[in-house]
Design a protein around this ligand. Structure first.
Ligand SMILES: Nc1ncnc2c1ncn2[C@@H]1O[C@H](COP(=O)(O)OP(=O)(O)OP(=O)(O)O)[C@@H](O)[C@H]1O
Ligand SMILES: [Mg+2]
Length: 698
């Protein structure tokens, strides 16, 4: 396992029996250490299923699984490679009964949580519910329950929020549901309060590896500590300069605590960057320079100076997007990078920005130029309303007490059961502490509702039970697909989509998503997993209900997009850990990156109101962005930006200056567009020629 590993990396890989921290800058091969160490641990005799590698996102987990498979082969399949949250799902499923949860509990997404909070707070508006949601999440991440939150409430607002939290928690228990934060705080409670749970997990896991350690929060740290116990066999890798989730409770204290809590900790630093050219690395080092250092770091690259980093100044967002597209075309035509391999496929390009909403102009410009792309870190396939609709049914099959799912199913599509009926049902359920589904068949309900309404409710209840019964018995790809299509027909879902959309085109696209989803589900019932890419392995078929169970539990699953040759659009946060040959950092405009610091709108996402700290986190975000680039980097800003509905003039981000670029080379060559046009023209005439040739074939 020592191929492609420098001595420091090898040292980290070979240090098997104690706590190990790899602290190093971007692109220095930390994630690579984790993958190789998995192999080394297996080689040393540890069973693959006793190794857990924890990543920051599902996508990162998927990538690591692939890398591990390429390196180790079949054994990689049994290694637990997942996020803290996914590990939490497993722990709560196995041991949640100790805190009153059935193994088939539901996981609520952010929208479900908002609507429960709205309700718990007495039908408040969405904005208030979201504020509560934010605070409650923060408390949960600090390990506080409603009672403790009430005790430490700083003002009336917090006191009210703590009261709402208590009601909210009651509802979650009634619904047999958990939210995302619970997936960390419940495992912690289980490990902390139940010795047998702790002993079990400590013997199950022989070594725990954590990537992106700098972005763990206090609760995750405690989970880790209990998981590894006194043996302390773990490897954490991270970079304090890439800590970008402070606003969500991540804390660098976790880095500082490690040597204190584990005095025998072995700390390894890495200095060589294998990702970026010197020009890119220099800009990155210059930007991060002003931030205080947790430990001294020098990062060098042997990949040569490379192309100078470009600065692109655009008039507005549309212009910025056009110029980005022109740059991609020009690089694809081989015009801009003169040294080394060219990296001209679409997959070699990424456009990164601060916030999701910035994607739009780029999407439009890319479409216009017929360049394929994907938006990651934003609304993914599984976040689409139509997919969530279908998942709600799965959730209900699996857990009848999942009230949010119940409400979604009974109203999508509408089946003639009105709000009044549902309101009565809700009151009844609350009064008798029952779930909505349980209430359906309680005889005393009929005294509250007219016979017709009762019939409707009973029919719905029976239909759900019947579907679940059938789904349990439907096994394999073909039957599952047929079953789902029949079900969609029964509930008239296609019509529901068309009725709900003004534009037929949009409705059709949504229906296509639904069909694609059914296909995907059916393939899973046929035994296909995300990891195998169509190779011939022996497949174990599953029942549709089993598939539904995994899908419903992990509502955010990444699509299989790894092989697609497309340009990536991503937020900076979601780009962490990844790399592309060519990167365009967009919206590097003062007020956007760094995000407006003189906050007069009481922005909710920011926990800390310390301006210096916020600026430091923004700077780290910029550092993360710059260090995603391997060969070429362009940084673009706009001379005008939106402020409310107005366009106001804007300045380049202070970070551009801090990159310390050579003034003579900073400007993007204005001839880029001409070159790009020429390239496009050349490609078009080639295509035309090919088409003409094809037409001549007999
Ligand atoms: N010793 C090595 N020899 C050659 N290539 C390496 C070596 N170590 C790492 N690499 C390559 O360098 C790139 C960056 O590695 P990796 O993604 O592991 O860095 P990282 O430290 O995890 O970065 P980040 O901080 O952005 O997460 C990858 O393409 C990886 O394959
Ligand atoms: Mg990494």
């Amino acid at each position: 396992m020592s191929a492609g590993m420098n001595p420091a990396q090898q040292e980290a890989v070979n240090y098997l029996h104690g706590p190990c921290l790899v602290l190093a800058g971007a692109g220095s091969g930390k994630t690579r250490v984790i993958t190789h160490k998995i192999g080394r641990l297996i080689q040393s005799g540890l069973a693959p299923k006793r190794i857990a590698a924890i990543t920051f996102t599902n996508k990162a987990a998927m990538e690591m699984r692939e890398r591990a498979k390429a390196l180790i082969g079949r054994d990689a399949k049994d290694v637990v490679i997942c996020t803290f949250h996914a590990l939490g799902v497993r722990m709560v499923r196995e041991d949640g009964h100790r805190v009153g949860l059935k193994p088939q509990f539901s996981i609520l997404d952010a929208d479900d949580v908002t609507s429960i909070l709205k309700d718990a707070g007495g039908s408040t508006d969405v904005a208030t519910a979201r504020t509560w949601q934010w605070t409650i999440s923060k408390w949960k991440n600090m390990g506080l329950n409603a009672e403790q939150a009430a005790a430490q409430a700083a003002d009336d607002n917090e006191a009210i929020t703590a009261r709402v939290m208590a009601l909210y928690e009651e509802r979650l228990t009634a619904y047999q549901s958990v939210d995302f934060d619970d997936l960390i705080s419940l495992p912690l409670r289980l490990l902390r309060d139940h010795e047998e749970v702790r002993a079990k997990w400590q013997s199950v896991l022989g070594h725990v590896l954590v990537d992106e350690y700098q972005d763990t929060n206090a609760t995750q740290y405690d989970v880790l500590k209990y998981l590894v116990g006194d043996a302390a066999r773990f490897t954490a890798v991270g970079d304090d300069d890439q800590s970008i989730y402070g606003w969500r409770g991540a804390t660098l204290d976790n880095l500082k605590k490690l040597p204190v809590d584990f005095p025998q900790l072995k700390v390894i630093t890495l200095e060589q960057n294998y990702r970026s050219t010197s020009a890119i690395l220099r800009a990155a080092n210059n930007v991060i320079g002003p931030n205080p250092k947790l430990y001294p770091k020098t990062l060098f690259s042997e990949l040569g100076e490379g192309e100078p980093v470009r600065v692109v100044d655009a008039d507005n967002e549309e212009h910025e997007a056009e110029r980005a597209v022109a740059r991609i075309q020009s690089l694809r035509a081989g015009a801009a990078v003169t040294q080394g391999p060219q990296y001209q496929e679409f997959r070699h390009f990424a456009i990164l920005y601060r916030a999701n909403h910035q994607a739009k102009p780029f999407e439009k410009a890319l479409r216009k130029a017929a360049i394929p792309y994907k938006v990651s870190g934003g609304t993914g396939f599984f976040d689409r309303a139509e997919i969530k609709d279908l998942c709600a049914w799965f959730r209900l099959w699996i857990n009848h007490d999942d009230d949010p799912a119940f409400l979604r199913c009974i109203t999508t599509p509408k089946r003639g059961i009105g709000h009044q009926t549902l309101g009565k049902l809700g009151e009844f359920a609350t009064q008798y502490k029952l779930s909505l589904f349980e209430s359906l068949f309680t005889s005393s309900l009929s005294s509250l509702l007219p016979a017709k309404a009762m019939d409707g409710l009973h029919e719905f209840g029976r239909y759900v039970t019947d579907l679940e019964y059938q789904a349990r018995r439907t096994v394999g790809a073909e039957d599952s697909l047929a079953f789902m299509l029949q079900w969609l027909k029964d509930i008239d879902y296609e019509k529901h989509l068309y009725d709900g959309e003004d534009s037929e085109k949009v409705a059709a696209a949504r229906w296509t998503n639904v069909l694609e989803f059914c296909d995907w589900m059916a393939a899973r019932a046929g035994g296909q997993t995300d990891e195998d890419s169509g190779t011939t392995t022996v497949r174990e078929t599953k029942s549709l209900l089993e598939v539904a169970q995994t899908i419903a539990l992990l509502s955010t699953i990444n699509q299989r997009e790894k092989d697609a040759d497309v340009v990536t659009l991503s937020t900076l946060h979601a780009s962490k850990g990844l790399e592309w040959p060519h990167v365009i950092l967009a919206g590097v405009t003062e007020g956007m990156l760094p995000f407006k610091l003189d906050d007069d709108e009481g922005r909710q996402q920011v926990v800390s109101d310390d301006i210096t700290q916020r600026l430091q986190e923004e700077r780290r975000l910029m550092y993360v962005g710059i260090t995603r680039a391997q060969r070429s980097l362009a940084v673009s800003w706009t001379k005008k930006k939106k402020k409310g509905r107005e366009m106001v003039s804007a300045q380049p981000s202070r970070f551009i200056k801090e990159m310390g670029l050579d003034q003579a080379t900073v400007k993007e060559d204005p001839r880029e567009k001409l070159r790009a046009l020429r390239a496009e023209f050349a490609k078009k005439s080639q295509d035309n020629a090919a088409a003409a040739l094809a037409a001549q074939q007999p």
